[in-house]
Write a protein that binds this ligand. Structure first.
Ligand code: SF4
Ligand code: SF4
Length: 359
């Protein structure tokens, strides 16, 4: 199959000098330093395609789409290519040309059938009281995001925590739509734009003062809608003493797993606790809803990434992993079919971690 990218995209591919800078922070490359897992190989293949040196095959499409969508490689390119943004543009072009890879068909279909890209079996709002009704003009609208409904304990803790902080929160309830942020990074622009418009209309009707997002990818991609990441909101509450936290009881050695996009709030929250040792996470250690693609389409690759994280935790002597993003928490605990502990290491989402310390 021949491919014709728009001129600007082709000339951006041609600017790549093949230095491999984009592989350095890549979570998938750092599983075992395999060249084909990193961004450089994707850009090289896209460049060869644009020059007509190779033909498009299903294998190539799969390779181009199979990334964890963390976006961290954007900041590591010495010629300023922002390789992840380039990849998102290329994915959009493939979809516009009618080339939808098999690897994303399932995600696209579950979105169309069930309104969420993470699986048909998802029940939205299963953590809310049966008679819950959204309220208008609240202090805080808690946008849960799709994964929150798969990690009910996180949803309940987050809701309780937000209530404690603001006293006046609402959610969209069981009809909360997917934000479309994952679809956007997969190049499904039409579906993503529909989702975004739908969400905007619901938010405007409810008219909250703030929107706090449980889904970090949504906060990262749709900051123009005023979404605030949960950690930023918690950090403000700690700084302005809207919540008071007690001392940590044990001697925790914490390996933090931040959301991708590196808002520093999560690490600042953890570092504000006396008594806990917070380990420095390497640049490749982040995870959020963008990993859904790997989780749903290549479970073995996802499990290898989790094993790599656990080995790192063991090497560094961590006894507690604290995770910022609910999607990351849900995927890790589901993939390992465990809650609470993995290999003797405690696993917490930031909401549960804070709730345990709340006075
Ligand atoms: S977006 Fe993240 S997972 Fe994808 S290639 Fe870049 S660093 Fe790797
Ligand atoms: S960092 Fe930039 S120039 Fe280097 S291989 Fe990656 S995309 Fe190419």
């Amino acid at each position: 199959m021949g491919v014709e990218f728009e001129e600007e995209l082709s000339s951006d591919f041609a600017r790549c000098i093949g230095c491999g800078g984009c592989n350095i922070p890549c979570p998938l490359f750092n599983i075992d330093q395999t060249e084909s897992s990193g961004m450089r190989s994707r850009i090289k293949i896209l460049s060869m395609l644009s020059k007509g040196k190779i033909e498009l095959t299903e294998g190539i499409l799969r390779h181009v789409f199979t990334c964890a969508n963390c976006g961290v490689c954007n900041e590591y390119c010495p010629v300023g290519l922002r390789p992840f943004d380039l990849l998102v543009r290329a994915r959009g072009s493939f979809i516009d040309m009618g080339y939808v890879p098999l690897v994303t068909v399932d995600i696209r279909n579950s979105f169309r059938r069930a309104g969420t890209p993470i699986g048909d079996e998802l029940v939205k709002g299963n953590w809310l009281p049966p008679d819950f009704q959204p309220t208008k003009n609240s202090e805080v609208l808690f946008f849960a995001g799709c994964w929150m409904h798969k990690a009910i304990e996180v949803a309940l803790n987050t809701r309780k925590l937000l209530e404690k902080i603001s006293g006046d929160i609402t959610t969209i309830g069981p009809s909360e739509p997917c934000s479309g942020a994952l679809l956007y990074v997969l190049g499904e622009n039409d579906l993503a734009n529909d989702s975004k418009r739908n969400l905007e209309a619901l938010i405007s009707e409810l008219n909250p003062k703030r929107i706090v997002s449980g889904c970090s990818l949504t906060a990262r991609i749709y900051s123009d809608l005023g979404f605030m990441n949960l950690s930023s909101y918690i950090l403000d509450a700690i700084r302005y003493e809207r919540i008071k936290l007690g001392k940590m009881k044990g001697k925790d050695i914490i390996l933090p797993i931040p959301s991708c996009g590196r808002d520093s709030s999560f690490l600042e929250i953890l570092k504000s606790f006396n008594g806990a040792k917070i380990l420095d996470a390497p640049e490749w250690l982040c995870c959020d809803c963008g990993f859904t693609l790997i989780y749903r389409t290549d479970r073995s690759l996802f499990s290898r990434w989790v094993q790599r994280v656990l080995s790192l935790a063991e090497e560094l002597g961590a006894n507690h992993i604290v995770i910022e993003d609910v999607g990351c928490y849900a995927m890790i605990t589901e993939a390992m079919q465990t809650k609470g502990r993995l290999k003797g290491i405690k696993i917490s989402h930031i909401s549960g971690f804070i709730m345990e310390l709340l006075k």
